[in-house]
Design a protein around this ligand. Structure first.
Ligand SMILES: [Zn+2]
Length: 298
């Protein structure tokens, strides 16, 4: 049973908006691409885990804290006799381990994901003890990308390779499971302890003036250049209301402190649609509050 579905990632949504309207530095571009890959990997693992029978509690994306240390859990599966802690990895290409050190396909040293996993398990172990539980935890690195390979001379039972994913699931499915109140209690407690972090502080710096204005095609982020709202790249024909509402959503999420006014949205849309059209859409979907210069929609 899916106890906690994976939430939409607001940070990624904001980054998509920004990326279309601003040039990213190499580092920002790198982080953005990694975040997309990571999230896609998690979604892929969610699909894979649909193969589990129903008697499990699955909790996705938890950010927890123990004694001042925060740790993130991609997926937690609560079973009768165990808690499975899964860290989803989207590594690609031929990685290798030499003397306990990990190397990228190009031979550069990289962070040992097993260390990260151990840290996570230790913190979760202490946290559940504090909460009054003592269910053994078993942790795994799940390598979801079929293009991943690891050269290593030793056996790592915590690593699940792409070719082992199905068998891993089968193994889980053969375990006898009958959850009781205790299992639901720990799921509820962990879920309640999740920390909601503001995505804004992790975004690349931006301000209103530097962002390119206009209405963007949702398929390919091309800016609509004329009033007919036909994308010059993919040919998509947009309804005015949908296009304006999408732009309003972008504007409000990127600039939560700015007021929703006809002038602001007209400017944000790059003047592609007239103020009259913008006002008509805003007044249809939002409520006008305030008077004269302070008038805005909510
Ligand atoms: Zn398009």
């Amino acid at each position: 049973m899916l106890f906690r579905p994976r939430p939409e990632m607001l940070e990624l949504i904001l980054l998509h908006y920004l990326h279309a309207r601003k040039k990213f530095t190499n580092e920002e571009e790198f982080n953005y691409t990694n975040l997309i890959k990571g999230y896609e990997g998690e979604l892929k693992s969610d699909i894979w885990l649909r193969g589990l029978t129903d008697e499990w509690l699955i909790l996705n994306h938890l950010l927890l804290e123990y004694n001042g240390s925060t740790f993130q859990i991609d997926t937690l599966i609560i079973a009768y006799e165990k808690i499975y802690l899964l860290d989803i990895k989207t590594f690609e290409g031929d990685h290798s381990i030499k003397d306990d050190k990990w190397y990228t396909p190009s031979g550069k040293p990289e962070k040992n994901p097993l260390h990260q996993l151990e840290r996570c398990e230790t913190l979760l172990q202490r946290l559940q003890q504090d909460l009054g539980f003592n269910i053994p935890i078993e942790s795994y690195l799940i390598f979801i990308n079929p293009e991943f390979h690891l050269y290593t001379s030793s056996n790592h039972p915590a690593i699940i390779f792409p070719a082992q994913l199905n068998r891993f699931l089968k193994k889980l499915n053969t375990r006898p499971v009958k959850l009781n109140k205790k299992h639901y209690q720990i799921a509820e407690k962990l879920n309640a302890l999740h920390i909601e972090e503001s995505p804004y502080k992790r975004l690349p710096p931006y301000n209103y003036e530097q962002l390119k204005k206009g209405i963007i095609c949702p398929n390919d982020k091309t800016f609509f250049t004329d009033v007919t709202l036909i994308c010059s790249k993919c040919g998509r024909v947009e309804e005015v209301e949908a296009a304006v509402l999408r732009s309003v959503k972008e504007f409000s999420l990127l600039f939560p402190d700015r007021k929703l006014t006809t002038n602001n949205i007209y400017d944000w849309c790059g003047g592609v649609k007239s103020k009259k059209v913008i006002r008509r859409v805003l007044s249809k979907y939002f409520k006008l509050v305030g008077h004269r210069t302070s008038a805005h929609y909510v």
